[in-house]
Design a protein around this ligand. Structure first.
Ligand code: 5GP
Length: 204
């Protein structure tokens, strides 16, 4: 008797959180495992110290970025904190078709436009997760601890974070952020359950 086995399409995990919540560290930890392909976004913002082109982001000029939008290469794009950010469509679709899960770290506007995406593969693969900071004070403390932004940038990110937090209900899951370990455990629980959804499986 041959054993049953399943094939499944990839899952598109979208994570959003106000800047400073600890999402980048969470994604960095998830990235270090072979569970996903991490989608490298395009951005027009300059690299921070320690960031590598084509690893952390594809760092583009505004002209190059606009060219990619025009050519229909972007799954979504948004202006965040005065710069443009966007996700390339082709690598995401290829991974999903191959049954590989994809992790996207994008803002609430990007998540919104993916929710509205007409592509049936993208729609059926989407699992969106919001990481909610425990309090605004804690968000401010985490932002300051990072030490990469000026006072003006911190204030801008806090104001934006406040707005973004109002969108949590639009996401399928919300994780109340605790320690990095707690956030990882919660995210992995979501990941495991989503991988066993019958609707994603095909018996082969
Ligand atoms: P940072 O400049 O701190 O790396 O990122 C700022 C914000 O841009 C974060 O909230 C991050 O999630 C968002 N972001 C990064 N890549 C993308 C993307 O491809 N699309 C969208 N819409 N937002 C992104």
């Amino acid at each position: 008797m041959t054993a049953n086995s399943f094939r499944r399409q990839g899952i598109l995990f979208v994570i959003s959180a106000p800047s400073g919540t600890g999402k980048s560290t969470l994604c960095g930890n998830l990235r270090a495992t072979p569970d996903f392909i991490y989608s490298v976004s395009c951005t027009t913002r300059p690299p921070r110290p320690g960031e590598t082109n084509n690893v952390d982001y594809h760092f583009l000029t505004v002209e190059e970025f606009q060219q990619k939008i025009k050519a229909g290469e972007m799954l979504e794009h948004a202006k965040v904190h005065l710069n443009y950010y966007g996700t390339l469509l082709a690598p995401v679709k290829k991974a999903l078709e191959e049954g590989t899960d994809v992790l996207l770290d994008i803002d609430v506007q990007g998540a919104e436009s993916i929710r509205g995406c007409k592509d049936p593969l993208i729609r059926s693969s989407l699992v969106d997760v919001f990481i909610m900071p425990p309090t605004l004070e804690e968000l401010e403390r985490r932002l300051r601890k990072r030490g990469t932004e000026s006072e003006e940038q911190i204030q801008m990110r806090l104001a934006r974070g406040k707005e973004e937090m109002q969108n949590w209900r639009l996401y399928r899951y919300t994780i109340l952020s605790g320690s990095m370990e707690e956030d990882l455990i919660k995210f992995r629980a979501i990941m495991r359950a989503e991988r066993y959804l019958s609707s994603r499986l095909t018996l082969v």
